[in-house]
Design a protein. Structure first.
Length: 114
């Protein structure tokens, strides 16, 4: 199983990015949980958003309605739509999906700066 995250880049404050996490080797439809985490320089990794098998979504308090996590089972891909980005959102973003065990992608760097 491999997870390939992409979509990061440099964006101005207030801008938007969509992160993608393509799964290969397993079908995301059968997953138990899917989630996005991030790790800023000098800080611990933290959860950004999670999606459960029953469709329930959970977001970190700092998201404040700016991010939306969703999946496309036809594309076997997990997404994170990020709007109104702030400099504090600068971090490496990781996707993780759990079936019988958890798998992690390598991360994609998001830099929010003017």
């Amino acid at each position: 199983v491999q997870l390939q995250a992409s979509g990061g880049g440099l964006v101005h404050p207030g801008g938007s990015l969509r992160l993608s996490c393509v799964a290969s080797g397993k079908n995301i439809y059968s997953s138990i949980t899917m989630a996005w985490y991030r790790q800023a320089p000098g800080k611990e990794r933290e959860m950004v958003a999670s999606l459960l098998r029953d469709g329930q979504k959970n977001y970190a308090s700092f998201v404040k309605g700016r991010f939306t996590a969703f999946r496309d089972t036809a594309q076997n891909t997990l997404y994170l739509q990020m709007n109104n980005l702030e400099p504090e959102d600068t971090a490496v973003y990781y996707c993780t999906i759990r079936w019988t065990r958890s798998y992690w992608g390598k991360g994609t760097l998001v830099t929010v700066s003017s």
